[in-house]
Design a protein around this ligand. Structure first.
Ligand SMILES: NC(=O)c1ccc[n+]([C@@H]2O[C@H](COP(=O)([O-])OP(=O)(O)OC[C@H]3O[C@@H](n4cnc5c(N)ncnc54)[C@H](O)[C@@H]3O)[C@@H](O)[C@H]2O)c1
Length: 387
């Protein structure tokens, strides 16, 4: 039986563009996937960035003008990984071309841009659109979702969802586009890391109704890379105290607290994503710091002692949303999460994801901008803001 081929192209051949090209080359690790993607084209305004893609044998189109990809019949799906100020124009162009789009977060530089992208989505139903967020595809994160959905928590007491790194700890590191409001957006670190932290809460139906935010610009100036100093005007760290209405109508409280932390300066953390949820009957936590391990809370009978509260550790293994040939006991990593996100994206595009977890929906990505706007207002006024 011949499997359907899907032509993929990339706009923006930088850090993420190369990562996606590498992930697609491992497609044969997936078992019984309905399609085989083939990276056929790459666009980048910087010709030097295109050089690396010459090593990918299936690539036929290398161009400095992304419109070439949108008019090419070999292209079915476009992945876009460019600066945030370019999202609105390029995403709407891709969507209106009728090609499918896997967009990078934050899905527009701000709420206005996200609204314009949503308008294109709503007006172009033939374009299948999702937003990138790969960390929830770690098996441990999937287990946490399954545990929460099983109802084992009882009434939720509180939740924490965080993405922490410390790439900006070095104050001598030169500025780049991600540290400037004009390119990254007023939401700063929330635009960079927020989608990762909100993907699972929003998918679980936890829609925050209010926020109190603590935003920090810890390093306001950086070397400009040319011997001078440049303004570094984005928020480095954001701690959001959110209230989430209980879905469970029998809950004794109306809301539960969700704390979302997204930080570029968290000393000691390289790329730590974590989710922790505690309830009246159970609890679950997973962190990429210990990517094999999921912890669940239980009341256990300890011989000779009696009934005690206990956090138990379980190894999660290698299997995520889409089955792979990888042995079940082996370890899972960042590049596996990218492969799994693409497996889910292309299966969902074929209508064959079967209710399993998929990349962020356009509505979820657009909603994060409402949270960020309320967080910025909260920081300015030192108030709790409605979302
Ligand atoms: N999902 C993740 O884990 C993750 C991680 C990092 C970044 N990102 C997101 O990916 C996007 C890109 O980030 P990055 O780190 O890859 O950036 P990058 O700076 O490494 O790469 C961006 C590339 O886009 C190219 N470019 C700029 N304008 C262009 C245009 N008009 N047409 C074609 N190419 C153009 C640049 O030359 C550059 O090569 C951002 O939205 C960012 O938030 C996602």
């Amino acid at each position: 039986m011949s499997v359907k081929k899907v032509g993929i192209s990339i706009i923006g051949g930088g850090l993420m563009g190369r990562e996606i090209a590498a992930a697609l080359s491992r497609w044969s690790a997936l078992i019984d996937h309905p399609v085989v993607p083939e990276l056929v084209g790459v666009a980048d305004i910087n010709p030097a960035a295109l050089e690396w893609f010459k090593t990918v044998p299936t690539v036929e189109i290398l161009t400095t003008d992304y419109h070439d990809l949108l008019s090419d019949p070999r292209v079915d799906v476009v992945y876009v990984a460019v600066r945030h100020d370019l999202h609105e124009q390029i995403y709407t162009d891709v969507i209106r071309s009728g090609k499918s789009l896997l967009a990078e977060k934050p899905f527009g530089i701000d709420g206005k841009a996200a609204d314009a992208i949503m308008q294109a989505v709503n007006e172009t139903p033939e374009s299948f659109v999702r937003c990138s967020s790969e960390i929830p595809f770690f098996p441990g994160a999937q287990w946490a979702i399954n545990y929460i959905q099983s109802g084992a928590l009882g009434q939720i007491i509180e939740a924490r969802s965080s993405f922490l790194h410390s790439s900006d700890f070095d104050q001598e590191k030169a500025i780049n586009w991600k540290r400037q409001v004009q390119f990254c957006g007023e939401a700063g670190v929330m635009n960079d890391l927020g989608m990762h932290a909100f993907h699972i809460p929003l998918r679980l139906g936890w829609k925050p109704s209010s926020v109190f935010a603590v935003l920090q610009n810890i390093v306001p100036q950086r070397p400009d890379g040319k011997g001078g100093i440049a303004e570094c005007d984005t928020w480095d760290n954001a701690t959001l105290h959110l209230s989430v209405p209980h879905k469970d109508k029998s809950a004794t409280e109306e809301t539960f607290p969700l704390t979302v932390e997204v930080k570029r300066i968290e000393p000691g953390e390289k790329n730590t994503w974590l989710l922790e949820v505690k309830g009246t009957k159970g609890g679950v936590r997973f962190s990429t710091k210990n990517p094999k391990t999921v912890e669940v809370f239980a009341l256990v009978n300890v011989p000779g002692i009696g009934k005690e509260q206990s956090w138990q550790r379980i190894d999660a293994g290698s299997q995520s949303v889409w089955p792979t040939v990888t042995g079940g006991i082996f370890e899972f990593g960042f590049s596996d999460s990218i492969l799994q996100m693409w497996a889910a994206f292309l299966a969902e595009r074929e209508g064959q994801l079967g209710g399993k977890f998929g990349p962020a929906l356009p509505e979820e990505a657009a909603f994060t901008h409402k949270i960020y706007a309320a967080a910025i207002a909260s920081q300015e006024k030192q108030t709790v803001e409605k979302i």
